[in-house]
Design a protein around this ligand. Structure first.
Ligand code: PMP
Length: 447
């Protein structure tokens, strides 16, 4: 292991890793933190799932057909012509001040009162997840997260060698009693718990929201155990009915870091998200962000800012909500019609429903056969750090049309029925997996 470094001046003074393979000769050189890095199950699926003949209920891509593209083209045109030398220049590490003020207006819809100085603009909220984890998590520290959790956050926690401990959620979100029990156990074990990561609204992948009644209780428990809450909220304004719920940050401005994003309410391609953090943390966040990217893209920020200033962004969000509600209805209706033996959450906003397969079926084992049947989903195991979730799948209804969603669920029903037969014959253990592989090779060979 390690490096072979011949003496300076010697003929072979090139640094080479001592171990490796032909595929990756640098294997011996990687830092420890890369060991947990692996392609997300979702990314591995993308190549197949994006083929037009496959109905993809897998990805979480927003549907952008309703965007006012003419307006956005005009904004880009005007921006370059009138403010080009600013838009194309480096900018502030913390983000454009006008945009930060506009972000306050967006957050007011969820009851957050803050100052522009509290906001740090990031390259999507994904970068904010990375920055916060970098600031707080040493290898071996615990991050408490919902069971299941957003796969992209788990990837970040893994990259910083955190130990993710899951706490169950139910139809009303994270269960306070379970959180209390877990934090008490971790404290008794002397573990260092740094963050409670939560997606309180229209959860990815579970589709549920943290009830209003539970919000202050969760905050109180986290405060009592000295754990910082990381509130990740890209979907909060995408509720199908009624007003948005107050953010956890609106109830506690010292113990919560709030993450927001324009990816789902506007467009992910601009890569503009943000973090709101207590004062001292905010300064560190800016330093961490500067060392990672110097500054977020000025061009993107100014384009988003012009959109917010000159376009009916509230109306745009309303039309997104209507579109996604129709797709949610198509998904839930099709599940009830075609796969009544499964159970699922009924999301009141966002992009996802979380489906539980009956009879101990394994969504991961079933996936190749679903792809063969031209429908894709994400198996539940992707959303856990500890291998749970095999009997679940995440279905997203954000991207395909209602008709395609219904067709996708119909195809899925055929796969579930066939899988159910296999389970009945071979059980759920090794025999069943062997049987599935045999069926799989036959199916693949005949296509
Ligand atoms: N958090 C959650 C819960 C998400 O679902 C996503 C995107 N799928 C993100 C964060 C990252 O979004 P972005 O970086 O585009 O803001």
């Amino acid at each position: 292991m390690g490096w072979v470094t011949p003496a300076p001046g010697s003929a072979a003074h090139t640094v080479q890793p001592a171990t490796g393979t032909r595929l990756d000769p640098w294997i011996g050189a990687y830092a420890d933190r890369t060991h947990g890095m692996r392609a997300s199950e979702i990314r591995a699926l993308f190549a197949v799932a994006n083929r037009p003949e496959v109905v993809s209920l897998a990805g979480g891509m927003p549907n952008l057909e309703g965007l006012p593209l003419e307006t956005l083209a005009q904004i880009a045109h005007d921006l370059v012509l009138t403010r080009g030398t600013t838009a194309l220049q480096y900018g502030s590490g913390q983000g454009d001040e006008t945009l930060r003020e506009q972000i306050l207006e967006v957050m007011r819809l969820e009851g957050i009162e803050a100052h522009p100085d509290d906001v740090v603009v990031t390259t999507g909220s994904q970068q904010a997840l990375d920055l916060v984890t970098r600031l707080f998590v040493n290898p071996g520290d615990v991050v408490v997260a919902e069971a299941p959790s957003y796969v992209g956050a788990l990837g970040v926690f893994r990259a910083y060698q955190a130990d993710v401990v899951h706490v169950p959620l139910d139809d009303n979100g994270l269960v306070p009693e379970a959180l209390e029990e877990t934090l008490a156990r971790l404290a008794a074990e002397g573990r260092s718990v740094k963050l409670l990561y939560t997606v309180p609204n229209f959860h990815n992948p579970a589709g549920v929201s943290l009830s209003l009644e539970r919000r202050p209780r969760i905050l109180e428990i986290a405060r009592r155990y000295g754990v910082l809450v990381l509130e990740d909220n890209p979907y909060g304004l995408l509720g199908f009915d009624g007003e948005p719920m107050p953010a956890m940050r609106s109830m506690d401005d010292t113990g919560v870091i709030y993450l927001g994003s324009f990816s789902k309410t506007f467009a992910p391609g601009y890569r503009v998200g943000w973090a709101v953090a207590p004062h001292a943390i905010r300064e560190k966040l800016v330093l961490a962000s500067e060392s990672a990217i110097l500054c977020p893209s000025n061009a993107s920020q100014l384009a988003v800012s012009a959109y917010l200033a000159n376009h009916d962004w509230r109306g745009q969000i309303k039309s997104y909500r209507e579109m996604y509600r129709e797709r949610r209805d198509a998904m839930i209706g099709a599940l009830a019609e075609h796969i009544p033996e499964a159970t699922w959450t009924v999301p009141e906003g966002g992009f996802y429903t979380w489906v539980r397969l009956p009879n101990g079926m394994d969504a991961q084992a079933m996936l190749p056969r679903a792809i063969t049947a031209l429908v894709a989903y994400v198996a539940g195991t992707a959303f856990y750090a500890d291998g749970q979730g095999a009997d679940h799948m995440r279905l997203s209804f954000c991207y395909p049309t209602p008709d395609r969603i219904r067709e996708g669920v119909r195809r899925l029903a055929g796969v579930v029925a066939a899988e159910s037969e296999l389970v009945q014959i071979f059980g759920t253990g090794t025999d069943r997996h062997r049987a599935s592989q045999t069926v799989e090779s036959v199916v693949t060979d005949t296509h």
